[in-house]
Design a protein around this ligand. Structure first.
Ligand SMILES: [Zn+2]
Length: 276
């Protein structure tokens, strides 16, 4: 089983934003790492956290060493430049271990943050060497136990717009889902929920409607390009449709009423209703 160690940058109310005073890096990243844990668990990943209490500090290298036996150590942060507000600096960066192991996933995660947060400058990765291996303590600790490691900076809390964005819980949830998807893709994981529910059309029951065949109808609408999957099938095979029974019922009723007939005929398919 895949195992990932998540580390929330800082503790308590550490690193208050000079731009938006209610924001602290420590509190925001604590929330984000819990959300990311839940999202990763959907892929069957075992997630461990470096700390169990938000207000409790732990040394940097010790946090890194908590990643022992994990496939990835990921420390979550928002960045700062100088002491005051700097609206002109706005980019995500992954500080990756100097061993280069995390270069690829680090860039993919930083680019994912760039896309979601809409940062002004491009995502990047950086490495920093200290006198004794990695400059950053968490990366040094993780390297000591042989775990691939990176620090992900979610742009800058010295930038007003980015800080305000990070204060919205819905945005953190979207970030967590997107980052989990990047990690899953990197490790070739499939969402367990998907495997159970979203095999192509399997969520549409076979004999749900005695009068007709809902599956055949939905299949026909998909083949005609009228109904599209949601693009969430990461295996690159058939796209996935995720329809509730009510939505299937509505689609079937519309189909029978001829709502899609023009489009079906245009796509070279039989219409539902004979047109005289
Ligand atoms: Zn930080």
């Amino acid at each position: 089983m895949m195992k990932i160690c998540l580390d929330a940058g800082h503790y308590g109310e550490y690193n208050r934003s000079p731009a938006v005073s209610e924001y602290t890096e420590a509190e925001c990243m604590w929330k984000l790492h819990l959300l990311l844990k839940s999202e990763l668990e959907k892929y069957g990943v075992q997630v461990i956290l470096t700390r169990t209490e938000q207000a409790r500090d732990m040394s940097l290298t010790e946090r890194g060493r908590r990643g022992a036996g994990c496939d990835l150590f990921l420390s979550l942060h928002s960045n700062a430049v100088g002491d005051g507000v700097r609206e002109d600096i706005d980019y995500p960066v992954a500080y990756v271990a100097i061993d280069g192991k995390a270069d690829e996933i680090g860039l993919a995660l930083a680019q994912c943050v760039e896309k979601l947060m809409g940062t002004e400058q491009a995502a990047r990765i950086e490495k920093r060497r200290g006198s004794n291996g990695d400059y950053y303590g968490v990366l040094r600790g993780a390297a000591q136990v042989g775990t691939m490691a990176l620090i992900l900076e979610h742009s800058f809390h010295t930038n007003t717009q980015m800080t305000e964005w990070l204060l919205i819980d819905g945005n953190l949830k979207r970030l967590a889902a997107a980052e989990a998807a990047v990690i899953a893709q990197y490790f070739n994981l499939e969402e367990e929920e998907n495997m159970l529910r979203y095999e192509r059309l399997s969520d549409i029951p076979d004999n749900w409607d005695k009068e007709g065949d809902p599956r055949a109808t939905i299949e026909k609408l998909m083949n005609a390009g009228i109904l599209n999957g949601d693009g969430s099938d990461r295996s690159g095979n058939d796209d996935i449709v995720d329809l509730s029974h009510d939505m299937v019922r509505t689609l079937i009723l519309e189909y029978r009423g001829g709502a899609f007939d023009r489009a079906l005929i245009a796509a070279g398919f039989e219409p539902a209703v004979e047109i005289s």
